[in-house]
Design a binder for this molecule. Structure first.
Ligand SMILES: Nc1ncnc2c1ncn2[C@@H]1O[C@H](COP(=O)(O)OP(=O)(O)OP(=O)(O)O)[C@@H](O)[C@H]1O
Ligand SMILES: [Mg+2]
Length: 325
């Protein structure tokens, strides 16, 4: 760990000499151990060299590949299998077609591979077997950065870095105009709390600034996605941390965000995907059920069982919340 920090410090110093303000550069460090990609942003206004670690991921190879053009948004998983360690499969033989503009809900028990499936689409990893196609073209034929430009990801764990709300929303798109950032914040209903912060949108968050609640973090993440305005949207919900009222409100923004895009919604609360065109139930890394929400509720399968369990839980939670003792 200390090695990596030392290497990062050296690289930051080196980059500071060669880059202009706002320049970005991907660098890879690692010496025999895991290889980590870091994204450096040199910001001379900050009292430090801002080093934003975007994601721990394997080496980016194939940067010379062409850019993915703006897609219509047809997605196909063609017999996709994947394991992190190359041995134990996390996903097995996933075959699935999502038409442009469709909303597909992914549900299933924890650890069953839902987020992993989304990460494969974003090329954080590539399938061990099989192919993922967007608009009929294998995405491994495009460079990773360009694939990610076409997909907005609202992550399960919202990653905020120690900087202003504005920069957290822009998240790499530092060219986004003030007006565009504000509009995105309004669309995500983030503006209602941002305007009450000590320095509004320029308030620092995280270690050096205000602490934001789970719902506020989610809204910043949604605002990022509104700003990105990509044709494909992946929502990996983390609504379990939110109370029922906040869940319902965040839900509205999520629905609005999904309009007119191909949306993959990983749902921990099944109510979120009852209006989806299709539900895919994953269990043990395999597709166990697929169909419209109504069709799956009408049969006594996994989805119906999960739905009944959730209703019982919600009723219990509401009972506790309405208790006035
Ligand atoms: N980076 C990683 N390296 C190794 N194993 C991983 C990694 N990420 C996830 N896993 C493992 O892969 C499996 C699937 O994880 P994944 O996060 O895709 O599940 P999930 O369906 O999204 O679960 P949840 O509902 O809890 O979010 C789990 O066994 C998990 O421990
Ligand atoms: Mg997950």
């Amino acid at each position: 760990m200390f090695d990596i920090i030392k290497q990062l410090q050296d690289l930051a110093a080196e980059l500071a000499e060669t880059l202009e303000e706002g320049d970005r550069q991907y660098r890879t460090v690692g010496d025999g151990g895991p290889v980590i990609d870091w994204w450096f942003v040199i910001d001379r206004n900050a009292s430090y060299y801002a080093v934003y670690a975007l994601m721990q991921e394997p080496v980016e190879s194939g940067e010379e590949l062409p850019d993915m053009p703006v897609p219509c948004g047809r997605i196909e998983f063609r017999d996709v299998s994947f394991g992190y360690d190359g041995k134990r499969p996390v996903l097995s033989h996933i075959s699935l077609v999502i038409e442009p503009g469709q909303k597909v809900g992914f549900v299933g028990p924890t650890g069953t591979g839902k987020s992993t499936l989304a990460h494969l689409l974003l090329r954080f990893y590539d399938p061990t077997e099989g192919t993922i196609l967007v608009d009929g073209v294998d995405i491994s034929r495009y460079n990773r950065a360009s694939v990610r430009r076409q997909i907005a990801l609202v992550q399960q764990d919202v990653f905020l870095f120690s900087d202003s709300v504005r920069r957290n929303i822009a998240f790499g798109d530092f060219d986004g105009s003030g007006e565009a950032i504000r509009r995105a914040a309004e669309s995500a209903d983030a503006w209602t709390f941002i305007r009450h912060l000590p320095q509004q949108i320029d308030t620092p968050v995280g270690e050096r600034g205000v602490k934001l609640s789970g719902g506020q973090r989610q809204r910043i993440s949604l605002a990022r996605a509104f700003l990105k305005d990509a044709p494909i949207l992946v929502l990996d919900e983390a609504t379990s941390a939110l109370d029922n009222l906040t869940e319902d409100q965040v839900q509205k923004e999520m629905d609005r965000l999904g309009k007119g895009r191909t949306a993959l919604v990983i749902a921990h609360r099944l109510g979120t995907v009852l209006n989806a065109d299709r539900i895919v139930v994953l269990e043990g890394g395999k597709i166990r059920e697929t169909g419209s929400p109504q069709a799956l509720l009408a049969q006594s399968g996994i989805f119906r069982r999960l739905w009944e369990k959730e209703n019982r839980k919600r009723a219990k939670k509401e009972g506790v919340e309405s208790c006035s003792l």
